[in-house]
Design a protein around this ligand. Structure first.
Ligand SMILES: [Fe+2]
Length: 348
């Protein structure tokens, strides 16, 4: 993207995020990644009268290639952590999520915006106040619920006992001290009790495996008991390639907590395309997490919700066409949100 255009969209972002004169903004990058992001955010911060600096970490020491979450590279760098705790807003262009250092920086009152997706996707899914309001309606509903049930025509029927973990909203910008968000995003989630997820999830062709960044092609049946996956197999007698890949990947971490059930919720952005991976196959998949009416469940760590599981093995799996109930009230009806307040204006 043209740097002037990128500057302008970062200015829109920081304006939405409430950056103003007298605030301070840091931008974090690693190695050779995303120097143009740092330039654009610093330009925008200065435009808004906020002192700013760019903190660049050395490239990661790991060569595993796997998407192992939680290792920020800041663990051995307390000086850098202190610098980031001292600012009002941190723009994280490295993906700190799940790391103890991110939580420490938030606890100091610094709000954090993660921005790692391709610039053209950031532009197309620019957050809006209207979308934030709809996401917050969903978050309020979810925060009150004690029970979630998800069903699908393919055989999914799983229940989550709720009420243990907080509800998190992501709407793509952040203007409150200590709050984290990710640009772009439009979804809500919470987590089931550690031993409180039971049933079956059947992944159907077209459901999305992140971080494989692939669409499921062969059905996958997951049997879940007391918060852990006990069995992964190909569904309906079909060839089980996707089941084999999923199982093989989780096994490679050699960590039983990699089978834990993590966050769960739904997406609200009608501008986000289900087919998005065909356009941005190398990104983080935020468009897929956000597409309108998807029901997303997750496998692995729940420490971002305050839970004990900090395994580096993590999957997010947005599904199409599911129904989701909160305390027996239908919230997502086969991929359509039931409440007018969560729908875009032209779908009410
Ligand atoms: Fe996740």
């Amino acid at each position: 993207m043209d740097q002037n255009l990128f500057n302008e969209i970062c200015l829109q972002q920081l304006t939405l995020s409430g950056v103003h004169e007298g605030e301070s903004v840091a931008v974090l990058t690693r190695g050779d990644e995303r120097p143009e992001y740092a330039s654009a955010f610093m330009w925008a911060a200065q435009k808004l009268g906020a002192p700013t600096f760019h903190l660049r970490l050395p490239p990661p020491a790991s060569v595993s290639g796997a998407w192992a979450v939680g290792d920020s590279g800041l663990g051995s760098n307390p000086l850098a952590v202190e610098a980031l705790k001292s600012v009002d807003m941190l723009v994280d262009c490295t993906f700190l999520l799940f790391s103890p250092e991110q939580f420490e920086i938030q606890a100091a009152g610094t709000r954090i915006l993660t921005a790692v997706e391709p610039a053209s996707l950031l532009a197309r899914l620019m957050p809006t106040e209207e979308l934030r309001e709809r996401v917050e309606v969903g978050a309020e509903l979810l925060a009150k619920a004690q029970n979630m049930r998800i069903t699908s025509p393919h055989g999914t029927d799983v229940t989550y006992r709720l009420g243990v973990y907080p509800t998190i909203s992501e709407y793509g910008y952040t203007d409150q001290p200590g709050r984290w968000d990710h640009w772009p995003a439009a979804f809500v989630f919470t987590g089931g009790a550690d031993d409180g997820v039971d049933g079956a999830i059947v992944l159907a062709p077209g459901d999305v495996l992140l971080p494989f960044n692939t669409y499921v092609q062969t059905p996958v049946e997951l049997r879940i008991e007391q918060g852990f996956i006990r069995d992964i197999r190909g569904g309906g007698g079909a060839s089980g390639l996707d089941a084999d890949l999923l199982r093989s990947y989780i096994e490679s971490f050699d960590d039983p907590r990699g089978y834990g059930m993590s966050h769960v919720g739904w997406g609200l952005d009608e501008r986000a395309h289900w087919h998005g991976l065909t356009q941005f196959g190398g990104g983080m998949g935020m468009e897929l997490r956000s597409f309108y009416g998807n029901v997303m469940f997750s496998i692995g760590p729940n420490n971002e919700l305050g839970g004990p599981n900090d395994t580096p093995c993590h999957f997010d799996i947005p599904m199409r066409g599911c129904s989701l109930y909160l305390d027996d009230e239908l919230i997502v009806d086969a991929g359509e949100l039931t409440m007018p307040e969560m729908r875009p204006a032209d779908r009410r």
